[in-house]
Design a protein around this ligand. Structure first.
Ligand code: NDP
Length: 253
């Protein structure tokens, strides 16, 4: 039974991978979903088409995060899309999912790479939350996509993991700040998740990545989307400021 009927949601970075699965999930639960990306209108339109084929409602918007004016541009398009479809600009659910990976050995990370990672993965989510608060009714939901790498060392990803550590701080402090309004703020930490990138087509690589999970497989985007959908629902009303491990037991060692 859909639990999100009448709700509106923005899922950043939902043209593919985990964000796309989250958008499809929330729409299946009844929410009107804003599908967001920066580089491919076609990919965003395709997600909208899949939602509609499934009987749901969605619309696409484009805005690059991590550049000056990013949040303003995104919200102009978001509010326009919401107004056309609902008559208002309420945003019940914000999923901060868009992110970029690092993959550079610590000794080779440049200040420019570091700044870019931080701008997209940490600064943009902070200002998206700040901006969304004017649109979010009491009882709203904020879900921030973190990473198991905040708890599992991989030196190649130190700069990236630092940005995800910042996301967990965003969760902690905004959870306290927004509790009086009944708005919950939580982090979800995926492990290695098949986002369709070429490495997931190499059997030997997949075998090695799968071995990190207690279940001996890599995660699928829908594994993570289920956790996000739960946090977005009324069933999760008593959870705030938490980090939910969605890594298939990777942290069990
Ligand atoms: P993908 O690389 O598959 O997709 C990223 C999405 O974010 C795309 O829709 C992309 O759209 C959008 N995006 C990226 N950069 C920007 C930008 N600067 N401005 C606007 N949109 C942007 O990501 P995943 O599904 O792999 O990951 C989703 C989240 O989960 C990320 O935060 C990631 O850090 C986290 N995560 C992923 C793991 C994994 O193994 N996949 C593991 C742990 C955490 P476009 O290309 O059009 O910009």
């Amino acid at each position: 039974m859909p639990q999100l009927t009448g709700k509106t949601a923005l899922v950043t970075g939902s043209t593919r991978g985990i964000g796309r699965a989250v958008a499809l999930r929330l729409a299946r639960a009844g929410a009107l979903v804003a599908v967001h990306g920066s580089s491919s209108q076609e990919a965003a339109d395709e997600v909208v088409r899949l939602v509609e084929q499934d009987g749901g409602r969605a619309f696409a918007l484009q805005a690059e995060l991590g550049v000056p004016g990013d949040v303003h541009e995104l919200f102009l398009a978001l509010e326009r899309g919401l107004k056309e479809r609902t008559g208002g600009t309420d945003l019940d659910i914000l999923v901060n999912n868009a992110g970029v990976m690092g993959g550079t050995p610590p000794q080779d990370v440049t200040p420019e790479q570091f700044d870019r990672l931080y701008a997209v993965n940490a600064k943009a989510p902070f200002f998206l939350v700040q901006r969304a608060l004017g649109n979010m009714p009491d009882g709203g939901r904020i879900v921030n996509i973190s990473s198991g790498l905040t708890r599992f060392a991989n030196p190649q990803e130190v700069a990236y993991a630092m940005t995800k550590g910042a996301i967990d701080q965003l969760t902690l402090h905004f959870a306290k700040h927004l509790a009086p309004r009944g708005i919950t703020v939580n982090s979800v930490g995926p492990g290695i998740t098949n986002n369709g990138s070429p490495v997931f087509g190499i059997p030997e690589a997949v075998e090695q990545m799968a071995a990190l999970s207690a279940f001996n497989r890599v995660g699928e985007p829908d594994d993570v989307a289920s956790v996000v959908a739960f946090l977005a629902s009324d069933d999760a009303r008593w959870i705030t400021g938490s980090y939910l491990d969605a890594s298939g037991g990777t942290l069990l060692g």
